[in-house]
Design a protein around this ligand. Structure first.
Ligand code: ZN
Length: 338
């Protein structure tokens, strides 16, 4: 029996946007994820997000929901993405542009892991979408039109609980054009952070399977960031997936950012989605380096403990393999066929 951990594809991390990104290949002092710890935890692939923090106001405050100027976001996003390409050039990661890249990372546990380049909140893209072709040419294969603020394309939810994601208007004309163009180019459209009206606008365009890369179940944890039963049903009907987020803030019925949270709660969210729409629509989407992790997990090196917890919750080894890797692969294959 092999001692190497079960390969995991994780649907969301913010590691390249952190100040100590230069240590990603050799090991960061803190944070949730770096290459040595990915190796230890069996993380053979993941979505690496380019995310622009809301800049401070002159008084130093960062008002929630404040929009970000495109020139600031574009400069930040190109620099962040550049870090991932530097890691690729150094042989530390394999930027996944095709499903074959994912398969190669899966098949070779000693080689570089797959990294899917993702933009979280499309402020760096102009409303005419000219930059989108450049980003796709470079390797962008996933994009969330909005983060928790409005932009030229739509509106993200403000983080609230208990709260419905039904706040704000739907996609703008530019937002609808963005989603259509992502479908044509083969860029996954990620619905984590989008508000209710925007979710259904994306669904109506039918650009590809509906994906919420790092969200929880609203029926268990009533955070505005989580997917409702109706949204879960739509995700299932399109062959999409929910990447179950690991942050207690999005898992706990009290929606508290309390690290003293058992891993069984992640399994409970996975079980809910599996029972409602099928295990083929359940995946993982940690939000490493984007939110507080449960203490029993620690960091990415703790992934095998989470997979054990899925087994305890009754998932078979085939189901765990699907949740850990193959469901993400299927959804990428559907979007990237262009
Ligand atoms: Zn996020």
């Amino acid at each position: 029996m092999s001692t190497s951990p079960i390969p995991v594809f994780d649907g969301h991390n913010d590691a390249i946007t952190h100040e100590d990104h230069a240590d990603l290949a050799t090991g960061r002092r803190g944070g949730d994820l770096d290459l040595p710890r990915m190796l230890a935890g069996g993380m053979r692939g993941g979505i690496f997000a380019v995310w622009t923090r809301t800049p401070p106001e002159p008084d130093g405050s960062r008002p929630r929901g404040a929009p970000v100027d495109r020139t600031i976001a574009a400069a930040h996003a190109t620099a962040s993405a550049g870090r991932l390409f530097a890691l690729e050039r150094a042989g530390a990661v394999r930027i996944a542009r095709t499903v074959a890249d994912l398969d190669a990372a899966y098949a070779d546990p000693d080689g570089p892991p797959a990294a899917v380049l993702h933009i979280e909140g499309a402020e760096a893209i102009d409303p005419e979408l000219e930059a989108l072709d450049l980003w796709h040419g470079a390797g962008l294969r996933s994009l969330g039109p909005v983060w928790g603020r409005p932009n030229a394309f739509g509106e993200g939810v403000l983080l609230r609980a208990p709260a419905s994601p039904d706040m704000g208007a739907g996609l703008t004309d530019a937002g609808r054009a963005l989603v259509r163009r992502c479908g044509e180019l083969g860029i996954v459209v990620d619905l984590s952070h989008i508000n209710e009206a925007g979710f259904w606008d994306v669904a109506r365009i039918e650009a590809g399977p509906l994906v919420a890369s790092h969200s929880g179940v609203h029926a268990i944890c009533p955070s505005s960031r989580n997917v409702t039963d109706r949204q879960i049903d739509a995700i299932g009907a399109t062959g999409g997936l929910v990447g179950i987020v690991f942050g207690p803030l999005f898992l706990r019925p009290d929606a508290k950012e309390d690290p003293n949270t058992p891993l069984s709660l992640i399994a409970e969210h996975a079980r809910y989605v599996a029972d409602r729409i099928g295990v083929e629509h359940v995946a993982l989407g940690s939000d490493f380096d984007g939110t507080t992790m449960p203490a029993p997990l620690g960091d990415v090196a703790g992934l095998p403990r989470l997979l054990d917890e899925l087994a305890t919750a009754g998932f078979t080894s085939d189901e765990i393999a699907a949740i850990a890797w193959h469901n993400w692969r299927r959804v990428f294959a559907a979007w990237w066929q262009a």
